[in-house]
Design a protein around this ligand. Structure first.
Ligand code: KG4
Ligand code: ZN
Length: 342
């Protein structure tokens, strides 16, 4: 546990469809509350207008619950961190405005955090048992619903994208496939679950070869769409009968593609600590194959605990804590940056 004199921070995450608040004491998480918005399920994707309304309704109760669970009084807070971007404008606005008001009201510093950097810095959250953390410089594959990036991390403040998707993100490839398979949003976890009992070698999907360490996922989704259309012409119950095998084959294609580019980048750059971050790093096959790829190459593999992989405020809290130590605070005119570049 952290010493009593360590600073206590509140962190807010509201970039997409999770309203989350965390109380951190230095690099330890005292509470991490996440309100997931179920309203988007029936639309097969996040509806921005509904997301910002739900954040507005959730933000105060989520912060109150985070304070209660951490047994922290509001006056004990020494700084407030929030997600500045990238993300949805209306969603970011809610967290940003709340954080600014609280910072002004309590007279405590405001800290603006980059969402994708925070996914990477989640590796530095110290869990209950304590654990080893990656050494700089390291390579991180960040895979989420909006991003797919291979990032060289030289320090908490110095990150360089060495490869990325030129169209859809890996999470989108999962979610869009789930939609055509008739599964609810977000489909990634459901494809993962079905794939566990399917035969990944039964069907074959292709991914394009892109220059450098980049990715392209939009063709894969179209590949699946045409494949299903052709099969359903012959058998109207094809999806129903073959769901687990299609999920397993499709997931295998994504996982192998993600790791192939990552392995090439790590080999060429000579980096030996490899990390996984972002919502898709919750994928069980990706986790398993990532670990075995690292073992084969004698690299060290790091994956944050499950609850810090998908969107959560604790990762904003650790990002905020690094900036707090450096005295890097935001001014009251800081606003949301939906297209925030790393
Ligand atoms: O990082 P995240 O929570 O939000 C963004 O910043 O986008 O990532 C959400 C994405 C969604 O596309 C979701 O389907 C995917 O992560 N995801 C998964 C799994 N769990 C979440 N994809 C594949 N397998 C999973 N187990
Ligand atoms: Zn995210």
């Amino acid at each position: 546990m952290p010493a009593d004199n360590q600073p206590i921070l509140l962190a807010i995450e509201s970039s997409c469809d999770e309203t989350s608040a965390a109380i951190m004491q230095a690099d330890h998480v005292l509470s991490n509350i996440i309100a997931s918005q179920v309203v988007h399920e029936k639309y097969g994707g996040v509806v921005p207008e509904l997301a910002s309304r739900a954040h507005q309704a959730n933000i105060v109760p989520v912060v109150q619950q985070a304070l209660e669970e951490a047994s922290v009084q509001i006056n004990d807070l020494e700084a407030v961190a929030f997600t500045q971007g990238p993300g949805l404008m209306g969603s970011l606005h809610v967290g940003c405005s709340f954080a600014k008001s609280l910072s002004l009201g309590l007279g405590i510093p405001l800290i603006a955090v980059h969402h994708m950097q925070a996914h990477i810095l989640a590796h530095f959250i110290i869990g209950k048992e304590g654990q080893s953390v990656p050494s700089f410089p390291f390579l991180c594959l960040t895979v989420s619903g909006g991003h797919t990036q291979i990032v060289k991390v030289t320090s908490p403040f110095d990150m360089e994208i060495v490869g990325q998707t030129i169209d859809d993100a890996a999470g989108e490839a999962f979610d869009k496939a789930a939609k055509v398979l008739g599964l609810p949003y977000p489909g990634g976890p459901l494809i993962d679950r079905h794939a566990k009992v399917g035969d990944a070698a039964k069907y074959h999907f292709t991914t394009p070869r892109i220059g450098g360490y980049n990715y392209s996922f939009s063709g894969l989704k179209t590949n699946l769409l045409y494949f299903l259309r052709d099969r359903q012409k012959q058998d109207a119950s094809f999806i129903q009968n073959e769901l687990v095998h299609v999920c397993a084959s499709y997931q295998r294609t994504i996982v192998d593609y993600l790791l192939k580019q990552l392995e090439a980048a790590a080999t060429d750059l000579g980096l030996q600590d490899l990390c996984l971050a972002g919502g898709v790093s919750a994928n069980s096959e990706l986790r398993e194959k990532f670990r075995s790829m690292c073992e084969t190459n004698k690299w060290r593999a790091f994956i944050p605990p499950f609850e810090y992989c998908t969107d959560n405020a604790a990762m904003i809290g650790i990002g905020g804590y690094f900036k707090f130590q450096k005295g890097e605070f935001a001014t009251p005119d800081a606003g949301p940056m939906p297209g925030f570049i790393m």
